[in-house]
Design a protein around this ligand. Sequence first.
Ligand code: ADP
Length: 607
Amino acid sequence: MKILMASSEAVPWAKTGGLADMVSALSINLANLGHDVRIVIPRYYPIDRSKLKLLPDAMGTPMGGGIQEWSAVYETVMPGTSGKNPVKVYFIDHEIFFGRDGIYGNAIETDFIDNSRRFTFFSRAVFQLCRKIKWYPDVLHAHDWPAAVAPVYLKFAERAAGSSGEFKKTVSVLTIHNLGYQGIYHKDNFGYAGLGWDVFYNGGFEDWNMLNMLKAGLYSADKINTVSPNYARETMTQAHGFRLDGVLRYRNADYCGILNGIDTDVWNPTKDKYIPETYSLENMAGKVKAKKALQKEFGLHEDPNVPVIGMVTRLTDQKGVGELFGPTYGSAWSICRDMDLQMILLGSGEYWCESETSGLASRLSNFNVRIGYSEKISHLIEAGSDFFLMPSRYEPCGLNQMYSLVYGTLPIVRSTGGLVDTVQNYDEKTGDGTGFMFEQLNPSSIYNTVGWAVWAWYNRPKDIKKMQERGMTQDFSWERSAQKYIELYEATFRTQGIKIPKGNEPDVLEIAAEKPKKEALKETPNKEKQNKDTLKKELPYKELLIKESPGKEALKKEPPKIKETAAGKTKKSEPDKPKKTAAANTKKSASQKTTKSAADKTKKKKK
Ligand code: ADP
């Protein structure tokens, strides 16, 4: 298959989050399966042109109002791919739109005023690029709102009656990486798209009289998916749908979730270059060394006998940082004050959170923070921590919990989105599970669940060891996810009534030219019938949605025991040995009387 990834980000060139990792990793893995995969992204100012190959001649892209946008096109090959299946990467170099610092905005202007135009142009330029290189994809795979208008162009311009026909057999898939970002702008921008005003309504752009780029993509793409099965289900509910749950329910038959993989070359304790010593399940000495190095790096007491809770995150509301670090109400202060643990944070983001966590670090001896972005330190945190905390408000997939599992670091997570698909809650009776989960996002749930995890660390070391082993042997490889994307592409061809391309077939343009005209004319009614038939047969696609929900099922059977807290466990645990539990290590303070802590509640119950 010929697959074109259209994205605003791809590592190693442009990254603000997991999208960039996913686009490159998926492309590489699809290429490894024998497909011809190419990526197109804008060429932003920091991307060094001298390292890329300039394609001859400028490229013109016709936009609304008779505007012809001129850009250069650069090409390179994805590092690590070459030989038989290289992933070619194209850069659309439009100086006015992309020759600036920042992908979507900068410190002064967080959302560039012309973002609608920048990315509408990009979505249109994708087709001009294909014409320029005379390569027409079987699958146009667009990612998130910045590329979401590309499927709209495919449906309403490139595949519509009267089009030049090169994309007649191209199908589109749109992946939602984060429904919270939709690209909503004033509808005055729509004229620039060069699509008729009927498409403003029929194509799904209209959103309370504004222009919504993601919504248009969700309406128009042949299939849509998101990055975990559980997030797919959640986004169809009002609570998690960011006002687009209705659109997603409407597209339910064409919507599924496929769990992201992780880069097992980079995130692998047996070959990690950033940690003092690699380690594996058979020899965990490297993890002990990593913990010592981490404690040293963060200026904490180098003590192997105290559990370390690590965090690497964007400091934004989505990640639950309000409930954890919010001034006066966040639980981080009580956690660090009451429990015998150390807490470490690496992150950057909202100013209030950066300053609040820095303030906390100056007042607490067992908490420290590093504000900024560091690949090296993030690896050290994954390897050196005993637990990894992710109290996310919502989490489309989440990568860090998967990194944590394979590094033998137990995740403490809120049961939302992809976290449900990847972490199994601890069961005290059987010792089963791979992490600790809570349902409600509030300061006391975080407090209680951290307390529970720390209690288990001090009191149930055998269970902790077994959980580590389970996590370290999980398969989060991209090979598995890439195979599911192939199934999704195949399902898309079936619903569109297009033959699934096999191997290196001739370009669709050549196929169209070979067909006698009569045949082509007959195609429409047959196609409709075929669509219905194939919809019925579409088992593999539907299975993607239905089968992948072990996490949720597990949760139903075994709800997270957030009430049984550190303190509760102290009383229950064997009385003969002096237990070094979170509660046992509770530092008594006056403020504890006013804090209705888990410890207080449990004590009252016992009376
Ligand atoms: P999101 O894309 O919502 O930020 P993900 O968990 O999907 O969340 O991916 C975030 C990625 O960015 C992870 O690889 C994480 O380790 C990395 N990351 C986030 N903040 C930092 C930071 N301050 N330093 C290093 N890596 C970071």
